[in-house]
Design a protein around this ligand. Structure first.
Ligand code: MTE
Length: 313
């Protein structure tokens, strides 16, 4: 992505390795319903399990080490290693999520209450970054559509806006003198996109609660779009009438559009999107072709029929 300024990070921000390793220890006691086991952003990783999904790919999963150490989370710095190094400091307990805007049932939920009504599913999805690398990630999450329906959107609601936490004391990238982005990180979907069965809110990956660097305790996963649409550490979900601002579009509208659907035929102004590098595949593997809508055309193409996908990149 375009990085204009180096973040103001020092060695002092580094999380002690023991703290990070401790987080990854499994706790006993997984169940089927999400709420019972989530333990609201517990400081330690908690084991989770979810029902299998027909939407999962059987492609080889990217190793847990790669998924949790090669990240984009600019609140913690712009280097791929920064989120794993610094995100351990983020306090995720307590955590609340506000659902507001054009809904009949606005509410602010504690994380456990937000998650409790839902059943977790494992969704093994391809994950394609706009930077032309990709992974296959076994997420654990639940349908975003159910969350939206629970809030009872009003007729005038046309888009869903999402917002990440602002906490510069724990997020060194937000405290940087030259921030890489404006904060909070914001994202958005058209309402029909948000209601698509592929769109989930993830609370875990690889059978445990999300590590902070992957967006604990709650992040969006929309696998037919470039990875930056998958906003992390969500604190607010608003139903709105007009297309909401989105972080990378604010940063450079010419390079990052609102839709950002994976499309091998529409190149980024500075590089091709026709192929991708699968993280962990090894040097000899070479690049692989990028698929339209990241291979999810069957589920999503009808939402864009008649739309000029070059103009609406
Ligand atoms: N969400 C927030 N709040 N801040 C970020 O910098 N980076 C995005 C997205 N969500 C980002 C974010 C980008 S560019 C990508 S590719 C994915 O998160 C990366 O997710 P991963 O680190 O779990 O692979």
């Amino acid at each position: 992505m375009l990085i204009r300024h180096a973040p103001d990070l020092t060695e002092a921000h580094v999380t002690p390795k023991e703290a990070y390793v401790d987080r990854r220890r499994f706790l006993a006691g997984a169940g089927a319903a999400a709420g019972a086991m989530l333990l609201a952003g517990s400081a330690k990783a908690t084991a989770l399990s979810g029902a299998k999904s027909p939407f999962s790919t059987d492609e080889k999963q990217t190793s847990r080490d790669d998924v949790t150490s090669y990240n984009n989370f600019y609140e913690f710095g712009t280097d791929k290693a920064d989120p794993a190094a610094y995100a351990g400091k983020l306090t995720t307990t307590p955590w609340s999520i506000k659902v507001d805007g054009l809904v009949n049932k606005p509410a602010t939920y504690a994380l456990d209450d937000f998650v409790k009504p839902h059943h977790l599913e494992e969704r093994i999805y391809r994950h394609r970054c706009v930077e032309a690398w990709s992974m296959v990630v076994p997420w654990l999450g639940f349908s975003l559509a159910e969350v939206i329906k629970r809030a009872e959107p009003q007729g005038s609601a046309k888009y869903v806006a999402f917002e990440t936490l602002v906490r510069p004391k724990e997020m060194p990238g937000q405290a940087a003198y030259f921030p890489a982005l404006q904060w909070p990180y914001v994202e958005g979907l058209r309402l029909d996109e948000a209601l698509n069965p592929l769109a989930i809110l993830a609370v875990g990956l690889y059978g445990e609660t999300l590590p902070n660097q992957n967006g604990a305790p709650l992040r969006l996963v929309v696998p037919w779009k470039y990875g930056f649409k998958g906003i992390k550490s969500i604190v607010r979900i608003s139903l709105v009438e007009k297309q909401p601002p989105t972080s990378w579009n604010l940063e450079n509208a010419n390079e990052y559009g609102f839709y950002s659907n994976v499309n091998p035929q529409v190149d980024h102004p500075r590089w091709s999107q026709a192929s991708e590098r699968r993280i962990g595949a090894g040097l000899l593997a070479g690049r692989q072709p990028t698929l339209m809508f990241n291979g999810y055309s069957e589920q999503v193409a009808s939402m864009y029929s008649g739309m000029d996908l070059k103009a609406n990149y």
